[in-house]
Design a protein around this ligand. Structure first.
Ligand code: ADP
Ligand code: ZN
Ligand code: ZN
Length: 731
């Protein structure tokens, strides 16, 4: 067959490809083409070549330009991308556009824009120099290039101008050398001599992983400081020695210079970094360095999972429980899950590491799908943090702090140590209430109360972003007695200034770390002990070590214990273990305190007395009894519109389609439609529908069967809706 038609996946929200006529240039499957689409041009990926179309040829438009002469992705990665597009029900053209560097999306060449190197053409070689006496500069350029190709800048350095070079090119005597060869990283590889000798647990883990260069998934469960990174480094050795490359994924906040330097220092090889802060050029360069084997190690956040490799040898996912691995909008993939898929597809080992593995991974380890490797010994004889539960029933609270906690803080502070308080609630108070009649200031656009922000002197809705001045009078009875209800980090900060005027307090949350580099500056100041009391949200628990913090308190754990999000207890347990691991040092063990009204709560008890593993086992039993993930697989339909009836009606129709399954009794269930946990946001009514399946295959099959009909529903064009496969956040 001589193909005449190219099927092209375009970055448009339509679940289909488009046919175009092939011109003189033959496109390649997996390569880019520019095609007319509506009134404009779009860049898409060729998914197949054919010699016929379902449409009359006269209706088809020709390809405008073929941009690649080779596929952008190797077969294994291309297959993974296709699978991910199907599994996460995201259009292939959109998915491929999402994962390619911005400059490729804009049509730039998929090779490094290196310096131009000029060489003689056949015509240039044949051109007699003696015939150029009246063009001495042309004669010079030809003479110089006769002894070999030269870089543009070298020609300029030899007193030739850009105009001269251009004339020679126009005469057809010189052209640019194509395919400048990439410099592979291999020759300089060596391991530094003075690396720590692995302890027996590390040695066992390394031996298990290194036993085979083929696919296997290894869950390393090791407390902070137990030497997980050391195991990763040892697992990299044989990979790099074979000349293969490594992909290391880290959570958004974990990509610190320290981490990167550790990998750079151990092996004398090029390390490239990929994260959302790169500009187009940097991103393309990192992408090319991976693909062309110029980088040996790629360290990156979530989207680095899609980096191309010349020869991938291992994938490592550090802090595998971290929520930032799941993309929360548009292409809602989970980088950890896809990392395992990729490892399988490319037949290389995958390491998942964490002090607090997610329940899904622990389940896979317990059922034998993953090798379970444990590191229990903290390197350097660091002592495990102690912990205790503070029963605050009936106790007077000052900005959320009980007297025993304040006394404990005073003890640690006067010993010259630092104290860290966790409270996951920004602002001064989560609500503003009238003391006379009980009226609460409510956002007009959301079913939510305003948060009181005293520093900026305003009420703010944390759901839609609306801001307004703090009212002086009650909206109902006119009283001026308005009070904040509950405690946020701002209030805690103010209260601490009163309680401990001799110590300096720093608050670290999203409100004051938005500016690039500000978090790093605060962390430095903390390490230099400029502050003694640290107040933080989850952000502080990730990736940072605080050797002078000897007391950590979780100010309010009750909201997590009784949250309607079934993952809240798991997140609380992870926070607890993570902070315990990051505080203190060998000579100064940390102490972790939890304030609660429910000290007898079963999950809290097992977490405190028996540790994360026991907590996880019990939490898994609860999940199994309730048939929740990982014992079932969820897909969440979210829908919102200005009219509540439309949203509900749409999801009702979705339900009808899902219920009309070709295989009726297959253990799938549909729950809802029901109002979302936040039923109205920014003036829009929000509803949800959950589809539940016993396994991924069934989830994928049933949804794929139903979605074409769902997309045909007239209401699907009237309401905003999305589908989140295996959602992490159910709000
Ligand atoms: P994790 O990644 O689990 O937090 P690291 O690999 O960062 O742990 O190790 C914590 C510290 O202990 C590091 O400073 C590391 O160099 C050191 N370390 C790790 N393993 C050993 C070992 N076997 N012998 C001596 N020091 C070690
Ligand atoms: Zn009132
Ligand atoms: Zn609002």
């Amino acid at each position: 067959m001589i193909p005449t038609i190219a099927q092209v996946a375009l970055p448009v929200p339509l679940h289909k490809t488009f046919d175009y006529l092939i011109g003189n240039d033959m496109p390649v499957v997996g390569g880019r083409v520019r095609v007319p689409f509506g009134k404009q041009y779009k860049i898409g990926i060729v998914t197949a070549l054919a010699d016929q179309s379902a449409f009359p040829l006269t209706q088809l438009k020709p390809i405008n330009a073929v941009l690649d002469d080779a596929p952008l992705w190797a077969p294994a990665l291309y297959k993974l991308l296709n699978w991910a597009s199907r599994y996460y029900q995201y259009p292939l053209g959109d998915a491929l556009a999402t994962v390619m560097p911005g400059s490729l999306r804009k049509g730039k060449p998929a090779h490094r824009e290196r310096e131009r190197v000029w060489q003689l053409t056949e015509a240039g070689k044949d051109q007699p120099i003696t015939a150029l006496t009246r063009a001495p500069k042309q004669a010079r350029i030809l003479t110089m290039l006769r002894s070999g190709a030269m870089a543009h800048s070298d020609l300029l350095d030899s007193d030739l101008t850009a105009a001269v070079i251009k004339t020679a090119e126009e005469k057809g005597w010189i052209n640019i050398v194509q395919n400048v060869r990439a410099k592979p990283w291999m020759p300089n590889y060596r391991v530094v001599e003075d690396k720590p000798t692995p302890n027996h647990e590390q040695a066992l883990a390394v031996a298990t992983i290194n036993a085979s260069p083929e696919f296997g998934c290894y869950l390393i469960e090791g407390v902070t400081g137990s030497g997980k990174t050391e195991v990763y480094l040892n697992a990299l050795e044989p990979v790099l020695a074979r000349g293969q490359q490594a992909l290391i994924l880290v959570p958004e906040i974990g990509l610190t210079p320290q981490t990167i330097n550790r990998f750079k220092r151990r092996f004398n090889v090029p390390v490239e970094v990929m994260h959302s802060g790169l500009n187009d050029t940097e991103r393309l360069n990192a992408w090319l360095a991976a693909r062309d084997n110029e980088a040996a190690i790629i360290i990156g956040t979530r989207s680095a999972l899609f980096a191309p490799f010349k020869s991938l040898g291992i994938i490592i996912v550090d802090e595998e429980h971290d929520a930032s691995y799941k993309q929360q909008d548009s292409f809602r993939y989970h980088a950890r899950d896809l990392a395992v898929m990729r490892g399988h597809e490319e037949n290389v080992p995958v390491i998942l590491g964490s002090a607090t593995p997610c329940l899904e991974s622990l389940h896979n380890a317990k059922t034998g799908k993953y090798h379970h490797l444990t590191l229990s010994i903290r390197a350097g004889n660091a002592i495990k943090a102690k912990h205790g539960v503070l029963d605050i029933r009936g106790l007077y609270l000052e900005a959320g702090l009980s007297a025993p906690l304040i006394a404990e803080m005073r003890k640690h502070l006067s010993d010259g140590n630092q104290v860290m308080l966790f409270l996951n609630r920004r602002g001064y108070a989560p609500a503003l209430m009238c003391h006379e009649c009980g009226w609460l200031a409510e956002c007009k656009r959301c079913d939510a109360y305003y948060t009181l922000h005293q520093q900026s002197n305003e009420l703010r809705c944390h759901h839609c972003g609306t801001q307004r001045p703090i009212p002086h009078q009650c909206g109902q009875c006119g009283s001026t007695q308005l009070i904040g209800v509950g405690v946020g980090t701002e209030q805690l900060e103010a209260q601490l200034a009163t309680l401990f005027p001799e110590f300096k307090t720093i608050r670290i949350d999203r409100d004051n770390t938005r500016r690039k580099g500000s978090l790093e500056a605060y962390l430095d100041a903390i390490h230099n002990k400029e502050y003694q009391i640290l107040i933080g949200t989850q952000m502080l628990a990730k990736g940072h070590h605080f050797p002078d913090v000897t007391l950590v308190a979780l100010v309010d754990v009750d909201s997590a214990l009784f949250s309607n999000d079934f993952r809240a207890p798991e997140r609380l347990a992870q926070l607890f273990v993570q902070v315990a691991g990051r505080a203190g040092r060998a000579s100064k063990p940390g102490f972790v305190l939890l304030q609660t009204h429910h000290p007898e709560h079963a999950l809290l008890q097992s977490l405190i007395h028996k540790g994360y593993d026991c907590f996880a086992s019990e939490a898994l039993i609860e999940r199994q009894q309730a048939n929740l993930p990982p014992y079932s697989f969820f897909a969440l339909f979210r829908s919102e519109a200005n009219h509540s009836e439309q949203v509900e009606q749409f999801l009702q129709q979705v339900r009808t389609i899902l219920d009309a399954s070709p295989v009726p009794d297959d253990d799938c269930a549909v729950m809802g439609p029901a109002p979302a946990p936040l039923p109205r946001r920014a003036g829009r009514y929000r509803w949800q529908l959950i589809f539940q399946a016993p396994n991924r295959r069934m989830l994928q099959q049933r949804l794929s069967a139903a979605l074409p009909a769902i997309r045909q529903l007239p209401l699907s064009k009237k309401v905003r809706w999305s589908l989140d496969i295996e959602p992490q956040d159910m709000s």
